[in-house]
Design a binder for this molecule. Structure first.
Ligand code: ATP
Ligand code: MG
Length: 559
């Protein structure tokens, strides 16, 4: 898993033309599917949660159907009894809906087991399939290599009647797992390894999450998938590049069954992102080992994780559109996804003042016990979001990063003798730095200038720094979790788990945040975008609030 980075330029180019749509246009022009709606499907295996790579496939399938006034199904490709579970089925449905798509039909591949079995019987009758008694290991050894042809199975010339009987017995549960398989009779010398008599059915005694113990034989992906598509009237079966070499088999299955107007498989590149992983199997390991706090851990690239993290469905859809669809596999910089999230939130959320690593400021010329309401803008980017009032008083909290004892050149925030604007309020000058017995900064003694109130017609002098603040007597405390990335490149460039990807802070916030409800998003002024965690935030006013960092304010991404 080496990190390579794609440029945004290529992403933009790709989104202009979508070769999948070019193929469909071609088929429309030739009348290949005349009278049929353009039909696509999203076919996840319910063996894990969906990740952002799946979002790319979801967007492509649903928006393609939309573009052509066609249809799109959600189909669970549940032909493997042991790894699948209803928990995943439910989570996948929720995730697809959350992205904003509604399927035409909800289907399960397991709903076609009878029909698939009947198709296998037809292949046997046509002399195109046979029961093989070889073990999986023997079959593998006889397959040959890329440079050498395979060898025919000793059971390849079995008669139709015997094959029919044995296949029926496989179904009845007469044989143990792995004792026999049904294979296509194609060509053991084919240059395409997938065409060397691939296995169509195997025996499995596992319990299936929908059909229980009804079936003892299960179809293999390469046999099941074209049938699922064809049965549903799918016209364009969009899948990822690793299935390109399987397309001849896809076509062979449907041609051998003389399926009229068989669907067309079109492959596109998988989405890969830097600083994370896009494999259900690997993500499941992280969940099972407790490396993350479940499938919806905010660091996970799963849709459940991104949702909890505060990413919006519109940002994810925008991202999928911008990266476009291409044939060449590439790795997209995760900052590009963050850029899309930031763009989306900028136009949607209000800002609030939250102070990290707080330092106390005492305004010495402000009367004790008195506060004054000042108007604070709700969004720098969106003036139409209006203002709210905030109290200004004698004791205030400012960000630890906004004060320095020994400032470098061009540091315009607070230091002894310097004057800054307290955002939305007054100019404040730091007069004295008060330390505790250990020499740590305890508080800053400051003065304010009443003539400089924000909005007042003051032209006397200018300050270069504006900092945010929270008035102490009305402040509330919140917990903030800052997240890094799930993975990091090690010295050799290999992607390894990042064990330092979560940091928790106690912060001081303006009182408005004490009423926040789970799932609400804010910009923390000058810090970034945050969401009140769905699980950890107490919805009661004044209850414990836990925020997840969604994305920072700035990107090194050249958007
Ligand atoms: P994983 O390797 O993560 O388990 P998968 O391909 O096995 O993924 P499926 O449930 O079979 O997962 O995938 C459903 C659909 O999503 C397939 O059509 C698959 O091609 C597509 N898909 C999966 N991962 C990606 C990805 N990274 N980018 C684009 N499409 C993807
Ligand atoms: Mg799969």
């Amino acid at each position: 898993m080496k990190d390579e980075t794609t440029t945004k330029e290529s992403g933009v180019k790709e989104s202009v033309s979508n070769f999948v749509h070019d193929f469909i246009d071609e088929d429309m022009a030739s009348g290949r599917y005349a009278g049929m709606p353009i039909y696509t499907r999203f076919p996840p295996e319910p063996n894990g949660y969906l990740h952002i790579g799946h979002a790319k496939a979801i967007c492509l399938n649903f928006t393609t159907a939309e573009k052509y006034g066609g249809k799109c199904n959600l189909r669970f490709d549940d032909t493997n009894p042991v790894k699948e579970d209803v928990e995943y089925v439910e989570a996948i449905e929720e995730d697809v809906r959350w992205l904003g798509f509604e399927w035409d039909e909800l289907r399960f591949a397991s709903g076609y087991f009878d029909e698939m079995y009947a198709c296998a019987v037809r292949l046997i009758r046509a002399g195109k399939a046979y029961v093989d008694d070889q073990s999986a290991e023997e079959i593998r050894r006889a397959r040959g290599t890329l440079t050498e042809p395979g060898t025919n199975s000793p059971w390849r010339e079995r008669g139709v009647e015997e094959n029919l009987l044995l296949f029926e017995e496989m179904k009845q549960g007469v044989y143990a797992d792995g004792e026999k398989v049904l294979r296509a009779r194609i060509d053991m010398a084919s240059p395409n390894m997938n065409m060397r008599d691939p296995v169509l059915y195997r025996i499995s005694s596992g319990e299936h999450h929908r059909t229980g113990g009804d079936w003892r034989v299960y179809p293999m992906y390469d046999f099941a998938h074209p049938l699922e598509d064809a049965i549903e009237g799918v016209t364009h079966s969009l899948c990822t590049m690793e299935f390109e070499d399987h397309r001849p088999l896809y076509d062979w299955v449907l041609a051998s069954l003389e399926w009229p107007r068989a669907p067309r498989q079109i492959e596109f590149a998988r989405l890969n992102l830097t600083r994370t992983v896009m494999s259900k199997r690997y993500l499941k390991e992280m969940v099972d080992e407790g490396f993350v706090d479940g499938w919806d851990d905010p660091r996970m690239p799963t849709l459940a994780g991104l949702r909890r993290r505060g990413y919006t469905p519109s940002a994810i859809r925008d991202f999928c559109e911008r990266i476009g669809v291409a044939k060449a596999n590439s790795v997209v910089d995760i900052e590009y996804l963050e850029f899309c999230v930031r763009e989306d939130l900028k136009a949607k959320v209000e800002s609030r003042n939250v102070v990290f690593d707080p330092i106390k400021v005492v305004i010495m010329n402000w009367p004790e016990g008195v506060t004054e309401d000042v108007e604070m803008e709700n969004s720098r980017e969106m003036p139409e979001f209006g203002t709210r009032s905030a109290s200004f008083g004698r004791e205030m909290w400012i960000d630890g990063a906004d004060f320095m004892e020994d400032p470098p050149k061009k540091y315009y925030r607070l230091y002894q003798g310097n004057e800054v604007r307290f955002k939305g309020a007054y100019f404040v000058t730091c007069q004295d730095v008060v330390k505790d017995a250990d020499g740590h900064v305890k508080e800053l003694h400051c003065t304010y200038d009443p003539a400089t109130k924000s909005g007042a017609d003051f032209t006397g002098r200018k300050v270069k720094g504006t900092i945010h603040w929270v008035e102490a007597s009305t402040a509330v405390e919140v917990t903030v979790r800052e997240y890094g990335y799930l993975m990091r490149p090690d010295e050799t460039g290999e992607n390894v788990r990042d064990t330092d990807s979560i940091r928790e802070y106690r912060c001081i916030a303006e009182p408005a945040l004490s009423g926040v409800r789970p799932g609400e998003r804010y910009q923390f002024f000058r810090h970034g975008y945050y969401i009140a965690d769905e699980k950890l935030t107490d919805p009661a006013p004044g209850g414990e609030k836990v925020f997840n960092s969604i994305v920072g304010l700035k990107s090194s991404w050249k958007g």
